[in-house]
Design a binder for this molecule. Sequence first.
Ligand SMILES: O=c1[nH]c(=O)n([C@H]2C[C@H](O)[C@@H](COP(=O)(O)O)O2)cc1CO
Length: 159
Amino acid sequence: MKVYFCGSIRGGREDAHVYRRIVQKLQSYGSVLTEHVSCSEISEKGEDAVGGDRAIHDRDVRWLRECDVVVAEVTQPSLGVGYELGRAVTMETKVLCLFRPASGRSLSAMIRGAEDSDRFVVKDYKEDEVENVLEEFFNRLKNQKKARGEPEENLNICI
Ligand SMILES: O=c1[nH]c(=O)n([C@H]2C[C@H](O)[C@@H](COP(=O)(O)O)O2)cc1CO
């Protein structure tokens, strides 16, 4: 299974340690295409990519098309993450958004209001619960897949 992880880069790197924790857990489910988002070496300046921002955008949109599921940490507001989520909705890819109310922030209505408890799931959580929240989500996906009689090794969760 291919997972696309979204987290803030130019929007601010305050939550990079949480992204690391999420990506570590996601790697137990499959390959994380955007592992770099969780790297402590990536600053608010973003990646120093050959081809610049165009190359970053085109690669990420290609990965979005390729992935089976999108997981986004949305506590730190980020234009790029919002854009990725909008593109994922259009592609009809399954999305999990994770938000920490303890931050004192209020999640955008365009994310919270997109929740449909199926294809677009928004979950409030506390940092120490993150592995359990992911486990619950991926177990549910597995069960949905089983119910549809899909083969175990191809966890394609675009419903
Ligand atoms: O250098 C980058 N590399 C990259 O992959 N992104 C993608 C992945 C992140 O989920 C998202 C972050 O967007 P932003 O930088 O606007 O916070 O955009 C964003 C940047 C910088 O904008």
